[in-house]
Design a protein around this ligand. Structure first.
Ligand code: ATP
Ligand code: MG
Length: 237
């Protein structure tokens, strides 16, 4: 079974067809990156895979369940238990504390927060002295790290991350890559991350290029950012 498998996915906004017969699969326990120019439909696909947007056609299986067949309510429950989503625009509750934001999905699910997990995430993400700050009082990079902690809190089977390092400096971005690699290795969370950064893409095992509404190519990254840049330029020249 694949961690994620999309087939025949079509999505249009008005007359603009963003995804056309789009197919993508992420290996079980895989760490994979999705790259493509701005406006190519990367966020659209992540929102579809998270059950936050409705497809016009096609199927998207996440951990074996077809999210396109779920009601909003079922999709919300499924996300809380199985999927960690890091949104490009963070989607934090601005008047709530960092702690409340990170624990929100777990609490909505009626579960008791795993305090050791919380402590370890805020520690590794450099948020330990911010947990009582309101998220609106944080910098963009701090908010991004809160969004990452929230997505990882419940040990999701699948992480869908939309440019998780887009607001971070190179060192912090490297830290996020290390964290994702470690969780991928130790907890077997499958990860699909959208990124414009070849260094982030190279921490993934495979990279997919989105072009004209579908995946034009998939490559092993071999952990080599220069290789990713070269392949990207070849695909999008
Ligand atoms: N709700 C919407 N209504 C109409 N058009 C939309 C909507 N959301 C996205 N689009 C359009 O669909 C296309 C794909 O958007 P999407 O956000 O998926 O791109 P992206 O690949 O994530 O880009 P970026 O790298 O800039 O984040 C864009 O042309 C965008 O303008
Ligand atoms: Mg986007």
């Amino acid at each position: 079974m694949k961690a994620l498998e999309a087939a025949g996915v079509c999505k249009r906004y008005g007359s603009r067809e963003v995804l056309k017969n789009f197919a993508l699969s992420v290996e079980e326990g895989g760490f994979e990156a999705l790259m493509g120019p701005s406006g190519s439909g990367k966020s659209t696909f992540l929102h579809l895979a998270a059950g936050l947007l409705v497809v016009d056609a096609g199927e998207i299986h996440v951990g074996g369940a077809d999210v396109t067949k779920m009601s909003d309510f079922e999709a919300a429950k499924f996300r809380r238990r199985h999927v960690g989503v890091v949104f490009q625009a963070f989607n934090l509750l601005s008047d709530k504390s960092v702690r409340d934001n990170i624990l929100l999905p777990v609490r909505l699910d009626g579960a008791r927060p795993d305090e050791a997990r919380f402590d370890s995430l805020v520690d590794v993400l450099g948020l330990a002295d911010k947990i009582h700050s309101k998220s609106e009082e944080l910098s963009g990079g701090e908010q991004q790290r809160v969004a990452i902690a929230r997505a990882l809190m419940a040990r999701p089977d699948v992480v869908l991350a939309d440019e998780p390092t887009g607001n971070l400096d190179a060192d912090s971005a490297k830290g996020i890559c290390e964290l994702l690699k470690r969780l991928n290795a130790t907890e077997r969370s499958a990860i699909l991350t959208v990124t414009h950064d070849p260094v982030v893409a190279a921490s993934a095992k495979r990279v997919h290029f989105l072009k004209d509404g579908a995946i034009a190519a998939t490559h092993e990254t071999l952990g080599d950012p220069q290789l990713v840049s070269k392949l990207y330029l070849e695909c999008f020249k």
